[in-house]
Design a protein around this ligand. Structure first.
Ligand code: DGJ
Length: 541
C-alpha cells in the first residue's frame, strides 16, 4: 500500500473505532433523570426518552402470563412495559433470593426490544402489606400493621416498624445489586419503590411506639420557613405535631414517616445501582381538599408533596395514578404533579377511553411518560379482536405519536408544544401561538361543517407544535381548528399558504396531500376519529 493510502486507511480505521467507542459509551450509559432550564429529560441509552408504557395486571409477571402480556404490548406498540417484582416470590425464604422471574423479564424484554419499569411490590401495595413474604406475615409482632384509634387492627403496614424497614432495605438492595450485575443492556430504565403507599381505615398508627413519636416534637427538617410555607402554615406555636399542623397533624405525621421509610429503601437501592426511582400515589380529589379519612393517608397525595420531597430525597419523582374522572380533575392532577421539583410521569391511567387523550397533555407539559394500567387479559383468554378493541383508544394515540416521539420530546424542552383536550362541557379551547390564536372546536368527524357530535368520553384532543411563527404541526382527533391573527398580526387579512396532511415515517415527515377547498373552507381544517397529522403554513396580506 503506498504511503499516503496507508495513512488514510489508518486515519479511517481510527475514526471508525472512535465512533464505535462513542456509540458503545452511549448505549451503555445508565438511565438517568436530568433537569435543565426547568425541563426534565429521562435519558435512556444516552438520549431523551418518553415512556409510551403499559402496565400489566398485578398477577401477570409470572412466566405463564407473559405470552398474553406481549400480545397486548404489540397491539399497543409500547416502548416500555411496567411490571411488578413480588417480594413474596423474591425472598420466599428469609435471606435467600430467587431472581428467576426477574431473569425472565430481562430476557423477554430484550427479545421484544422493549424497556422495563420494575414495580417493587413490597411493604406497601395499595396501602396493604399483602406482598410481604410468608415468613413476615406469620410474625405480625415483629412486622406489625397499624393499630387504629380505638385499638382496632388495620390492614396496612406500620411505617414505624424498624424490622420491616430493615428487611425491605435488604431485599430491595439485593434486587438493585442483581440488576446492576446482570442488566448490562439497561433494559430496566426506572424502578418504582413500593406501590400506592399510605393507609386506609386509619389516618395514622396509634400503637404505643407511634403515639410516642406523635407526642414528641416535629423533626426540624419540617420546620424550615420554606417547608412551612409550602404547606400553607403561616404561624407556628410550639413544635408538637398538633400545634404545628392542627387538623392535618395525623395525616402529615403518617406522610412524614411513610416517606422516610420509603426514602430509606430507595436510598439503599440507589447506593448499589443508581437508577431513576419513583413512587406512585393513590390520588385524593384534587379539587375539594377532603379529609384524609377519605383516601390513602400518608401516601404522596398532592397536599403532602413537600413533605415527601423533604423526607425522601432519594426518590427522583412522585407519580400520580390517574383513575379519577372528569377533565377538570385530571388536568388539575397534571398541574399538581408537573412541578419545578417534580418531573411529570403517569405510571397508571385507568384503561378507559376517557383517559387516553391526556397523553397529549403529558407530552406538551414536558412529562417523561404515560401508561395505561391492566393491558393484558389477566387470564381471561380474550380473543385477539377483543384485545385490539379494549386497547384501541391508547393504541391510536401511541400510533400517532410514536413515529415522531423523539422530536416531540425535543420540542417540549424548547417550549414549542401546546395541547388541549376536550373538556366534559365540550367548550371551545384557545391556544396562544404568539402571532396567532388557535380556536379549537370539538365534536363531529372533523371533516365537515356539520353540527357537532360528541363522543361519551369527550375524546377530542389536539397537540400543536410551533415550527416557526407561521408554521404549525398539529396532531389531533375529533376537532376543528381556526386561526385568528393575534399579536403583531391583529386586524390583518390572512390566508393559508398551505395545509398539508402528512405522516411520519421513521422520524421523517412526509406530505401525503395538500388540503384545500372543502377540507379547509368549511369550519377550518379538522381531524377525524383517529389522530391525524396536519401541517399548516399561514401568511398575512
Ligand atoms: C392502582 C394500583 O396501583 C394497581 O396496582 C392496581 O391495583 C390498580 N389500582 C387496580 O385498579
Amino acid at each position: 500500500m503506498p504511503h499516503l493510502s496507508r495513512l488514510k486507511f489508518i486515519l479511517g480505521l481510527a475514526a471508525v473505532l472512535l465512533m464505535t467507542a462513542q456509540a458503545f459509551a452511549q448505549k451503555s450509559s445508565l438511565p438517568a433523570l436530568v433537569e435543565k432550564n426547568g425541563h426534565y429529560s429521562l435519558l435512556v441509552d444516552g438520549k431523551p426518552f418518553f415512556v409510551l408504557g403499559g402496565q400489566v395486571h398485578n398477577s401477570s409477571a409470572w412466566p405463564a402470563m407473559m405470552p398474553a402480556v406481549w400480545r397486548s404490548a404489540a397491539v399497543l406498540n409500547l416502548n416500555t412495559l411496567e411490571v411488578p417484582v413480588y417480594w413474596e416470590q423474591l425472598e420466599r425464604e428469609q435471606g435467600k433470593f430467587d431472581f428467576s422471574l426477574v431473569d425472565t423479564l430481562l430476557r423477554q424484554s430484550r427479545q421484544h426490544k422493549v424497556k422495563l419499569v420494575l414495580l417493587w411490590f413490597a411493604t406497601w401495595k395499595n396501602g396493604s402489606n399483602h406482598y410481604l413474604p410468608d415468613w413476615m406475615k406469620r410474625d405480625a409482632t415483629k412486622y406489625p400493621n397499624i393499630i387504629g384509634k380505638s385499638g382496632q387492627a388495620i390492614d396496612s403496614p406500620s411505617p414505624h416498624a424498624d424490622a420491616t424497614l430493615q428487611a425491605d432495605i435488604k431485599a430491595f438492595k439485593a434486587l438493585m445489586a442483581y440488576l446492576a450485575k446482570t442488566d448490562q443492556q439497561h433494559q430496566v430504565i426506572m424502578v418504582q419503590v413500593e406501590n400506592e403507599s399510605g393507609s386506609w381505615g386509619s389516618v395514622r398508627d396509634y400503637a404505643a411506639n407511634a403515639q410516642k413519636l406523635f407526642d414528641g416534637p416535629v423533626p426540624s427538617t419540617l420546620l424550615t420557613p420554606e417547608l412551612l410555607k409550602a404547606l400553607n402554615i403561616s404561624s407556628v406555636n410550639g413544635n408538637s405535631w398538633k400545634s404545628v399542623f392542627g387538623d392535618r397533624a395525623d395525616e402529615y405525621f403518617q406522610a412524614w414517616y411513610t416517606a422516610s421509610f420509603i426514602g430509606q429503601v430507595a436510598a439503599a437501592g440507589k447506593s448499589v445501582y443508581p437508577l431513576p426511582l419513583y413512587t406512585n400515589a393513590a390520588l385524593r380529589d384534587p379539587l375539594t381538599n377532603p379529609s384524609a379519612s377519605n383516601y390513602e393517608s400518608g401516601g404522596p397525595t398532592d397536599n403532602v408533596i413537600p413533605i415527601w420531597k423533604a423526607a425522601a430525597p432519594a426518590l427522583d419523582l412522585l407519580a400520580p395514578d390517574i383513575y379519577l374522572s372528569g377533565s377538570e380533575r385530571i388536568l388539575k392532577v397534571l398541574d399538581l404533579y408537573g412541578r419545578a421539583d417534580n418531573a411529570l410521569f403517569v405510571p397508571e391511567a385507568g384503561l378507559n377511553a376517557e383517559r387516553a387523550k391526556y397523553l397529549f397533555e403529558v407530552i406538551a407539559r414536558g412529562g417523561i411518560g404515560f401508561s395505561p394500567f391492566g393491558i393484558d387479559d389477566n387470564g381471561t383468554m380474550e380473543t385477539a379482536a377483543q384485545t385490539t378493541d379494549r386497547l384501541a383508544p391508547f393504541a391510536n394515540v401511541y400510533k400517532a405519536v410514536s413515529p415522531l416521539i423523539s422530536d416531540l420530546v425535543k420540542w417540549a424542552t424548547q417550549d414549542k408544544i401546546s395541547s388541549v383536550v376536550e373538556h366534559d362541557d365540550h367548550a371551545d379551547q384557545m391556544i396562544d401561538l404568539g402571532a396567532w390564536q388557535l380556536v379549537v372546536k370539538f365534536g363531529g368527524d372533523g371533516r365537515a361543517n356539520a353540527a357537532p357530535v360528541y363522543t361519551p368520553e369527550a375524546s377530542g384532543k389536539l397537540l400543536v407544535v410551533k415550527l416557526n411563527d407561521n408554521k404549525f404541526l398539529m396532531i389531533g382527533s375529533r376537532c376543528h381548528v381556526t386561526f385568528i391573527p393575534a399579536g403583531n398580526n391583529i386586524g390583518k387579512a390572512w390566508q393559508y399558504l398551505k395545509v398539508e396532511e402528512g405522516k411520519y415515517i421513521n422520524g421523517n415527515y412526509k406530505a401525503l396531500r395538500i388540503l384545500n377547498g372543502d377540507e379547509t373552507d368549511w369550519g377550518g381544517p379538522g381531524f377525524g376519529d383517529k389522530p391525524d397529522i396536519l401541517q399548516a403554513s399561514l401568511i398575512v396580506r
